[in-house]
Design a protein around this ligand. Structure first.
Ligand SMILES: [Zn+2]
Length: 351
């Protein structure tokens, strides 16, 4: 145990210079950007951000199968669940069971959301049971750009939440677990309206300063446009290194792909997306799910950017989970690919 503790501490200090290819195969893999300048990392948030906002409660076995299917379809970073109290978010009950039962594919990073110290304690208890094969590589913590949203979501102001997250982040880093940060409502807040980009810049900086390796900027309401997203990014990138930022766009107004491409043009290389566009936001009435993973992959096909994932296999996975949830598949690309396949099948049958 002692040698492992020393090892992980050394690793956490070296993270800034980390490059995946030089890792020995037995090492833990981190979701650090690829060394290629044109590689787009996709953080698949469907099993957490997606499912937590779906109306139906999904059995752990289905979540496990979703995560496994995503990994097999080429997702490299998967947000697998949340150590939030099931009283707050009943959809996330059973996360410990899910992350213990899921496959841990080599080359795939598995994250869980941890809202507070209680959640971290639960995660540590789980990790203590699996000292040789930790089911989780990283955690994510979240705050918001407005006090009104933060209060509605977690009952504390942004400043109070940063204090809590500072403690959570330190404790996680001490154990060699990397921490990703989320800022919600970076464009509009459902309670207090337009969000000042300077506020997003400052909250982002606070998360990076406390030790988050990356901060994901969330247009939680999904009202952003390439213009407002571009303006926000100009301000945020002025102070924070662009390679430590990620874009997280909900697709409420159908701008998800356009906003993600705006972020990529601004130099961001990590995009959060959700299989079949799963999700919504309970604190943001009317908001739909994240931009669909299938749509992002399709948009980047043939571009100068490379992106991991097998589009056809992801489309199948998206329909599979949509059927399980009894919902429509929100990915336009997935629907178009399926329609094309059915047409082709019909034509073959006529021959
Ligand atoms: Zn989201």
């Amino acid at each position: 145990m002692a040698s492992r503790a020393v090892y992980t501490l050394t690793r956490s200090r070296k993270l800034a210079s980390f490059r995946r290819p030089v890792l020995p195969s037995a090492s833990r893999k981190y979701a650090t950007a690829s060394s290629s300048d044109n590689f787009i990392n996709i953080v698949e948030v469907g099993p957490r951000d997606g499912l937590q906002n779906e109306k139906s409660i999904i059995p752990p076995a289905t979540k496990v199968e979703l995560i496994n299917r995503l990994g097999k379809a080429g997702s490299k970073i998967i947000e697998a669940g949340s150590f939030v109290s099931p009283k707050w978010v009943p959809q996330m009950a059973g996360t410990a069971e899910v992350v213990t039962a899921m496959d841990k594919l080599s080359g795939v990073t598995y994250q869980v959301l941890v809202p507070n110290e209680k959640g971290l304690e639960n995660l540590f208890a789980l990790l203590a049971k699996h000292p040789d094969s930790p089911p989780i590589d990283e955690i994510a913590v979240f705050t918001a750009a407005t006090d009104a949203f933060s209060k509605a979501n977690t009952n504390v102001t942004v400043a109070e939440s940063l204090e809590i997250l500072g403690r959570v982040t330190r404790a996680a880093l001490d154990k060699g677990i990397r921490v990703r940060g989320y800022v919600s409502v970076v464009i509009d807040c459902p309670y207090s309206g337009k969000v000042t980009p300077a506020r997003v810049r400052d909250v982002t900086k606070a998360l990076l300063d406390m030790g988050c390796y990356e901060v994901s900027l969330g247009d939680t309401v999904g009202t952003g446009t390439p213009t407002t997203v571009g303006r926000m990014l100009d301000t945020v990138i002025g102070v924070n290194p662009v390679r430590k930022l990620a874009g997280h766009f909900h697709d409420t107004f159908g701008m998800g792909v356009a906003n993600a491409l705006t972020a990529v043009s601004a130099g961001i290389r990590t995009i959060d997306s959700s299989i079949a566009g799963l999700g919504g936001c309970p604190y943001s009435p009317g908001a739909t799910g994240n931009v669909a993973t299938e749509d992002i992959l399709y948009a980047l096909q043939g571009s100068q950017y490379s992106v991991p994932g097998d589009l056809e296999a992801l489309v199948e996975t998206g329909f599979w989970i949509s059927d399980k949830l009894g919902r429509d598949n929100s990915s336009r690309v997935a629907k178009a690919i399926r329609a094309r396949k059915e047409r082709e099948k019909g034509e073959k049958a006529k021959l």
